[in-house]
Unconditional design. Sequence first.
Length: 163
Amino acid sequence: MSLPVLSKINAILVRAASGMTAAALAVIAAVVPYEVFGRYVLGDMPVWSGEAATFSLVWASMMGGAVGLRKGYQVSLNLMMNKLPEIPYRVVTGCMYAGMLVFLGAMTWFGILQTLVNMHQRSTAIGIPMSLPYLALPAGFLLMFLITVEQCWMFFQSQSRGG
């Protein structure tokens, strides 16, 4: 696979993740006020609303995290990094990418395992398989892994910091 192909795949996946984030936030924005209205005005809270908001928050967090990573919203120490000479800068950045890839790979793997473990369990209120909310973990971490691979590839292809 080449870098342009990976970039195109990531762009499509990030666009889908962005849409999923917006949809999950819309669900939260609709369900939470409805839940409050039901609880305090009607005196009867809908059974499904808490789970729907929680599951939407999980998906919004994981997909939004991936979108933010692609857009460069992660925490970094640019002030210190920019003061390093070229070779130490590349070594430190390479170690950072290696650490991220190991972490994201492990989280993807354990997210898959957790999803499989919860495949036959059903949520209490809505009754959906718990693998659906848990699927947000491997999906989000895998997307972050792919984005990090692309960023790492681009970084080491460039000849200098400006390139």
